[in-house]
Design a protein around this ligand. Structure first.
Ligand SMILES: Nc1ncnc2c1ncn2[C@@H]1O[C@H](COP(=O)(O)OP(=O)(O)OP(=O)(O)O)[C@@H](O)[C@H]1O
Ligand SMILES: [Mg+2]
Length: 241
């Protein structure tokens, strides 16, 4: 279910992250970032620049050392673990470099997993949405296949549909095309762009591929934990399903 929450899906203010250890490692420094509803934002940056750390903080999988995080206009600091988990599962979707599909489940079952995790039984409404999304990404005739019977690009498309299964406001994707050749990578990226335009779900996509960045509404470049560029390429479009 989409939740109301204004036009800002996430906001970071003066966020620092230092990984503690024998030698403390600074990973993010004074990050100020706001993601609008329906926006398609690409995060570029060299290895070690803090991209995954940033997604983990937005995704409420990690907490900043200092600074403030708002998701759905709620202050993350004031949420307990249960609220964070609920917001993660209802408001956000995640796509990783390796798709982590469950081999013993079919395409349809895999894509429906977030609905199961969100509690209750899978509602007919979600099942229909997921089937429709699978059709739109060209997998309508593969609903009962197992992941091992699909190509790498097809598997990643299932993972993208899975991220959209709960009709989230925000999808966080960490190098979703990093494991694919350039042709399949581009097709998967185009799929996310298409889904963003169709559903109005905001996307934050981490990539190393500058070619893909040209397709984004906005590009943020990280260097040694700092935002060194924040370029608006075109205004976000919002279309509800
Ligand atoms: N759990 C951790 N403990 C200590 N340091 C960490 C931890 N995770 C990341 N770091 C450090 O924080 C910095 C940023 O790491 P991060 O994983 O966010 O980079 P990244 O931009 O995602 O890199 P890549 O493109 O290689 O995935 C790096 O210097 C890394 O060594
Ligand atoms: Mg990373």
């Amino acid at each position: 279910m989409q939740q109301s929450g204004g036009d800002i899906v996430c906001r970071l203010e003066h966020v620092d992250k230092v990984y503690e250890g024998a030698v403390p490692t600074p990973a993010l420094l004074d990050i100020n970032l706001q993601v609008q509803r329906g926006e398609f934002l690409v995060v570029l940056g060299a290895s070690g620049s803090g991209k995954t750390t940033l997604l983990n903080i937005i995704g409420l999988l990690d907490t900043p050392t200092s600074g403030k995080v708002w998701i759905a206009e709620r202050n993350a600091e004031q949420m307990d673990e249960e609220e964070r988990a609920a917001l993660r599962s209802r408001y956000m979707g995640f796509v990783f470099q390796f798709h982590y599909l469950l081999p013993e489940f079919t395409v349809l079952e895999n894509a429906l997993l977030p609905c199961k995790i969100a509690g209750k039984q899978v509602e007919e409404q979600n099942r229909e949405l997921v089937k429709e999304l699978l059709h739109r990404v060209g997998l309508g005739d593969r609903l009962n296949y197992r992941p091992s019977q699909l190509s790498g690009g097809q598997q990643q498309r299932v993972a993208i549909v899975r991220a959209l299964a709960n009709n989230p406001e925000l999808v966080l994707a960490d190098e979703p095309t990093g494991n694919l050749d350039s042709k399949n990578g581009f097709a998967v990226f185009e799929m996310m762009r298409f889904m963003n335009r169709q559903t109005g779900t905001a996307f934050v996509v981490v990539t190393h591929d500058e070619r893909l960045a040209q397709e984004a509404d906005r590009v943020v470049v990280l260097e040694d934990g700092r935002i060194v560029k924040d370029m608006l390429q075109r205004p976000a479009q919002t279309h509800e399903l």
